[in-house]
Write a protein that binds this ligand. Sequence first.
Ligand SMILES: [Zn+2]
Length: 233
Amino acid sequence: MPGAIQAPVTNSLLASLPRKDYQRLLSGFEPVTLTFGEIIYEPGKPIRHVYFPNNSLVSLLTLADGHLALEVGMVGHEGMVGTPVPLGVNVSAVRALVQGSGTALRMTSARFRKEFHDCQPLQRALYRYIHVLMAQVTQTAACNRFHVVEARLARWLLMTRDRVRANQFRLTQEFLAHMLGVRRVGVTKAASALQKRKLIRYSRGEINILDDKGLEAAACRCYQIVKDVHDRA
Ligand SMILES: [Zn+2]
């Protein structure tokens, strides 16, 4: 509904646009609430809307053998879900799953293609973002193959922290195991190790990051590598 935006717009990618472009785009957006566990895209299926998360968090998952899912990317307030659309593709290659409930702005793919075509600042912002997202996805491929669960878990918690802008968030072990592509017992062991080092507190599905610097030191280098690409862009 044009002009019906009530939720605060805190998506950093949109907020980085010149005010007049940002204002014009707003009329095409619809505020939505994304709920934990909701699937917004499936591989091979059409992309009907693009999403700009405010405080919600979306996981990009790749499927193997049609059912085994592994996280290859994470999108929060810094980005957009639906990057194939500005590239001229209307079909998703990944599953997009809401990992953190919250608000987002969405626009139909057809309208977004037109806005993208007409708005140079949006083009520049999205080209930079897609570059950062690709760096994240490629680094994650290496990370999943070469790094131990404890370091990957630390990285994952830091990435989540940066995107939800909070040191405390809800998370089940089952979900984490799924995201990291390991068995639940592996997540339990890694989480207890981080807890023993007083870097996090984990109880009743709630994660608290107690020591940011310590957790950064415990994470594999992949965290900093992707963050550097983002900061440079
Ligand atoms: Zn890594």
